[in-house]
Each structure stands twice: as structure tokens, then as C-alpha cells.
Write a protein that binds this ligand. Sequence first.
Ligand code: COA
Ligand code: AMP
Length: 636
Amino acid sequence: MRYNDQYQSWRNDPQKFWADQVQNLQWQTTPEKIFEHNESGDRWYVDGVMNSCFNCVDRHVEAGHGARIAFIHDSPITGTKSQISYAELLDRVQCVASMMQDKGIKKGDRVIIYMPMIVETAIAALACARLGAVHSIVFGGFAAAELATRLDDAKPKLVLAASCGLEPGRIIEYKPLLDGAIELASHKPEACLIWQRNEAPAPLYDRRDFEWQALEDQARASEKRANCVPVLATDPLYILYTSGTTGIPKGVVRDNGGHLVALSWAMENIFNIAPGEVFWSASDFGWVVGHSFILYGPLAIGATSVIYEGKPIGTPDAGAFWRVVSEHSVKALFTAPTAFRAIKKEDPQGKLVGDYDMRAFQTLYLAGERVDPDTINWAESALGVPVIDNWWQTETGWPICANPVGIELLPIKKGSPSVAMPGYELAVLDEGGKPVAANETGAIVVKTPLPPGCLPGLWQNQDGFEAAYLEDYPGYYKTGDAGFIDKDGYLYVMSRTDDIINVAGHRLSTGGMEEVLAGHDDIAECAVLGVNDALKGELPLGLLVFNDGVNRPNTEIVAECIQKVRDEIGPVAAFKLAVRVERLPKTRSGKILRGTIRKIANGEDWKMPATIDDPAILDEITEALKIIGYPTEKTA
Ligand code: COA
Ligand code: AMP
């Protein structure tokens, strides 16, 4: 069936479309109620009973595919490569789940996983799924305070952590960050199980700390094996925190049944991957791409997934991706455009591609931020494969818009992530909530109910869920993105409607950074906004108003502010641009004119806002921005 036929068949009978997909999984009780809107909201497969770990691991072993490779781990940072078959993975997951059971973990308990790009991270998540426990993976580039917020919200019984993560030339010791977070948080986990890495084993000095390796070995020696705990399709599988408009991240919940149904559909129909084929998502387990397309998606269909601990450049060079593709016969690669911009900068002619055998490679998928046509052109000509932009969010868990290569390759329009996938009906609305004409820009929304796999809510925050996503446009889910749909139904995502920025494919809240800066003793007021960056897409830039009477050097205070964001949010915030200003430009009602400042910093045309309180302030801002080199030649 072609894309149009599939999309129409979904529109004609959404429940039948999603009922037909349940056969891709093994259920303990096959769902009969496909969809229900009940007091807790929209729910898929309400009477279905299954287990996500069983479907991702045991099922393939039972079907005779135990020898097939589940994960290939490739770490140019440690210089190691390894692989684990589905049968070996099953053994490890059973033992780790059993060690977690010994620590009291049962269905519904939360477990925080604070780990880098190693196979144990996947094992930890699968072991949680096996027990019906709810995992929450926290990205290693976040600081202790961010981890503390997640401890307090998820209230985990257990934390599984590695002793360290590895960045090129730098070891990030996780244990001090974890200890610091537990110190800061009101909620204290009962135990921390630490996977000791040779690069920096952590001292275990506390009655709460245990060495994971020793406990896993004990579980294996005692022949304890944890069985899969049956869960309802609607039971939570994980919580993934993502940036919202404040410093408090939103706990996006993912259920079990709808999630695996949707990912199985996406793996086949969007990513064109079949069982046994090699798929590589060059992302991190800490992001949604890692959850969906390093871990659950590939395993749900019995494919092989690459776990890469390295960077697109510098580990050791801009040919790193091509080496991985050729050595592991990768069929499709998924990454963020920023990775390609980094490669293109170092190897503009794409010469390094020629050093590798890329015959297995068929498609490149890019997502996480807007893909600029230049990057697509470069990737297409360097690699000679289709470059597929796809658009989605942590909340949806799988692409809203894509070019469904597994069904058919539709014409590619550069700058557009193509068309809506079955399950998603898009609209672009004006400020009054009315649909706009084709090619006109407005707020991009999705008609509710959202399809299986999308968030059923925020963790223990139904009101917050409704306020953030459902209230502004009744009958629609608000994506927070703005853009337009052309006459052929192709979407163009142009910007955010809130204060989220996208830095190197990482979603960050400028509001969250402002909260941190406002906590500095010498800061009276501040504004953070995203400025264009040729490599990372956007970079946060802070304007700082000092308290009256502060008489220390500007540079000293600015440096402290930059360090404060790094310490409290983490290096991933990439907050390195800040400057002192005397006053911030505001409207007469007191709203900071961030949009205008942004345009000035980017060297774009801007108009004096009619509502501005004091136009002279914009001249002051223009002068202050020059001090830190904005607008730059590149952004202007
Ligand atoms: N643990 C600890 N620190 C981390 C980290 C992690 N897991 N990941 C990143 N950091 C640090 C980096 O070392 C860097 O620190 P620095 O300020 O001391 O240099 C900082 O966070 C910012 O990281 P990043 O924005 O990623 O920049 P970078 O200069 O290290 O790398 C790219 C730039 C483009 C190569 C890199 O962003 C990249 O590979 N992106 C791929 C896209 C991606 O994975 N997106 C995720 C969603 S799909
Ligand atoms: P995250 O939840 O971290 O995946 O970030 C989701 C946000 O990233 C979206 O709401 C968009 O703002 C942006 N985004 C993701 N993919 C794309 C894309 N293909 N094109 C444009 N923006 C994108």
C-alpha cells in the first residue's frame, strides 16, 4: 500500500488501523479495546497485557534468533568494540533485573538511570521494563541540580549509575555528581548500584552504594533469573524529562503497549529496517532519540542497534561516522543536523567518505532541529543516499512528519520534514485558533487524540499536561512549533512559539537559564535568548543587569554567571555568551522584548516595536552586543 492509501486507511478508520498493528507484538492478553477516552485522558489498548522487555528480547530468543546481534558497542574514546547477541542480552537483563529485585524493586517503582553510552545503560532500562518498573534516564551532560530535580519528581527507589562518562580528552566522574544530587534532593533513593568503569572507578563509601558488577555476578552464580512481569499496555514504561518553559523540566510519560506498537510501525515504514538489519542512531540514551531508536525501536523488531560512544569529529576525525557505518554494515543512520555541520566544517569536500566501504548504507535520517538545505545538499552529494528530514518531539516519541521510506520514497522538498504520518492530523492555526491557508505561518498543532506511542500525560501532573499542551487550542495538541504547510501537504517547521531553544540538537529552556542567572547575588534582571550559530544551530546568549552598587569588574561577574549555568544545568547548556547591560528593553506592560534583541544579535532586519517603553535601550543593547562580537559575520 502506498503512503496516500495508508494515510487514508488510517483516516477512514483509525481504530482499525491501530488494531491491525497489534499483531506485530506478542501479548499476554491481546487488546480488544483499541482506544478509550476515560477520566485519565486518551488511552490506547486499554485491556492489553504485555511486557516491553519480553517483546524486545525474550520473544526473539524464543523464536530462534538468540544468536542474532542485538547491540554493537563502538567506542573510539576507549578504543573498544564489542557486540552482544539477543541470547546474551537476555541472560544479562535477567540477572540485572534479579539484582534489582533483591533491592526491592517491583512493578510501578521508579528507577533513575544516570549512565553513558555503554551497553549496560540499555540493560538497565530493559531490566526495569522486565519488572514493570518505570525508568528515567538522565543525560550525563546534566549537572547535579538537574539530576536532583528529577530525583524529587520521579522519587526513585533505586539509582543505577556508571562511575563515569567519557568526553574526548575528559573523564566525567558521575559519582560526585550523583552524590551532590542526592544531597540537594529532598527525596533520597534507597540504594545506588554503580557500574564501575576502568577509566575512573568510583569510591563506594556509603551504606547506600553497591557495586553493580559484584551484585550481577552474585545473581548469576545463584542462578536467579527474573521473569517478565505482565503489565497493562497503559502502564508507564518510562519517564523522560524534557525542557519546558520554566526551570522545572516536564516528566513526559511513555506507556508500554502503544509505544512498542508505534515504534514497530516506524522502524518498518519510516526507517525501512527489517529484522537482523543494522540501524544506527548517533544520539544518546538520555534523549528521546536514544530511547526510541537506539533502544526500543530496533529491539522491538529484532534488528541490530549500534551504541556509539564518540563524536562525529575529533574521535579521531571527521571520518568517524563512515568508519562505523562501514565496519558494522550500517543500513541507516539517524542523527542531528549539527553532527553533519561539524563534519562538513572539517571535511568540506567529504573526502573522508571515500576511505570507507559504504555499500551497505542506504539512508540518512536527520532530526532534532531544523535541517538547513545546505546540510542536506552536502550530505546527499557526499554520501549519495537520500537524506530524510523527520520532525517530532520527546512528547510524541516517534516522527509526526517524515518521508516514509519503508512505504515509498516521496519527493524530497529540502527544508521540509515532508508529510504527516498515519496517526497524526496536522493543522496550522492563527492566534485566534483558526486554520490558516496553505503556505501561511501559524502554530503547528495535532488533532487529538494523539496516536499510540505519544505521551498520555506528564508524570503525576495531569493539570500541567492539560495546561501545557491541550488548553490553548481545544481539540488539538500544541506542539510549540510554528511553521506552515504547503499545498502538497508538506510541513515546514520554522521556529518555536515559546522560549525553548535548540543547541546542537539539544532542547534547552532559556527560561531555565534565566532562573539560574537570577539566582546570582549581583544580578538584578536578565534575559537569555537563542542566537544563530553556524555549527550548533542556536546558542544561548545572556544579557545581565547588575544590582545597583555592584563594584566588581564586569568580566568577573559575567564569568561567574557562565560558570553558574554550567554548574547548575550542565555543560550541555553551552552557555558561554553573556554581557552586562544597563537595562533591558521592555514593552509598556513590562514584557522583555527578547524577539527584538534576538534579531539585533543575529543582524536581521528589525522594526521598533510599537509597544516599547524606551526605544533608546535598543541602542544600548546593540552596543553591548558588539562587545561580545554580535552580530557576527556569520550570523549577520
Ligand atoms: N556528558 C558530559 N558532558 C557532555 C556530554 C555528556 N554526555 N555531552 C556533551 N557534553 C559536554 C561537551 O563536552 C561540551 O563541553 P565543553 O563546554 O566543555 O566543550 C558541552 O557539553 C556542550 O556539548 P555539545 O553542545 O554537544 O558540543 P560539543 O562541542 O561537545 O560537540 C557536536 C558538538 C556537534 C559535535 C555535538 O553536539 C554532536 O555530536 N552532536 C550530535 C547531535 C546529537 O547527539 N544530538 C542529540 C539529539 S539527536
Ligand atoms: P526534542 O523534544 O528534544 O526532540 O525537541 C523537539 C523539538 O525540536 C521540536 O519541537 C522542534 O522544535 C525541534 N525539531 C525536532 N526535529 C525537527 C525537524 N526535523 N525540523 C525542525 N525542528 C525540529
